[in-house]
Ligand binder design. Structure first.
Ligand code: 3PG
Length: 217
């Protein structure tokens, strides 16, 4: 019997800003504001035509940021993300084809799941860190509590409806290693280049999240 392949994992961050970016120059300013606020692991979503260029710009110009690419929903996007300098990869769901494409990059990968069955499929593929998405719509904290005894080896990054008000409830769960979301980068603040506001939101989230717990770093 072959054991499932254990994928490289993403350790350390407690809060991951999920970014929707249109402009590489603004992307760099935004990333600098988030890093200044204490958040250094950033997910750039592949939801805009310039997303790859934005991730590339952050990787090149903000050395303290660890940039990943998310919203990967087609197999060809995985190699593109790696070539753009992504250090980790994220999808909102998982298929066999996406699992193969992710493994071929050798990068840490968070596939999205919403149910126990989907978590088991991801586990069978060898993934041990999963995105729970959309977290609030799929039961939030009680759902994650319910999954813990069924698949104790798996750790989750819930996203979808996480905010400053509820992030501590999620981070208090032993099977949650980080949370992600767009609340740190409100669209109007990005559009108006209010980087100081974004730094303040990042600082607030860093303070709420605290340091990585022993054994989870
Ligand atoms: C994601 O892709 O992780 C979500 O769009 C984040 O959800 P949010 O906008 O509710 O934070």
């Amino acid at each position: 019997m072959t054991l499932p392949l254990l994928e490289p994992t993403l350790s350390g961050p407690r809060v991951v800003p999920v970014l929707v970016l249109d402009d590489p120059e603004d992307a760099v300013s935004l990333a600098k504001a988030l890093v200044a606020g204490g958040l250094t692991t950033l997910e750039v979503t592949l939801r805009t035509p310039k997303a790859l260029a934005c991730a590339e710009a952050i990787a090149a110009k903000v050395p303290d940021a660890l940039v990943g690419l998310g919203t990967l929903v087609r197999p060809e996007q995985f190699a593109q993300a790696r070539d753009a300098g992504a250090r980790f990869l994220v999808s909102p769901g998982l298929t066999d084809t996406l699992a193969q494409a992710a493994k071929a990059t050798g990068l840490p990968y968070l596939p999205g799941i919403a149910t126990v069955s989907e978590a088991l499929i991801a586990w069978e593929h060898g993934f041990r860190e999963l995105k729970f998405f959309p977290a609030m719509l799929n039961g939030g904290v009680p759902a994650l509590k319910g999954m813990a005894p069924l698949i104790p080896e798996v750790r989750f990054c819930p996203t979808g409806g996480i905010k400053a008000e509820n992030l501590r409830d999620f981070l208090a769960l032993p099977n949650v290693f980080t949370v992600g979301g767009t609340w740190l980068t409100p669209a109007d603040a990005v559009k108006e280049r209010r980087w100081a506001d974004i730094e303040r939101l990042a600082r607030e989230a860093s303070a709420l999240a605290g340091s990585p717990l022993a054994g989870q770093a």
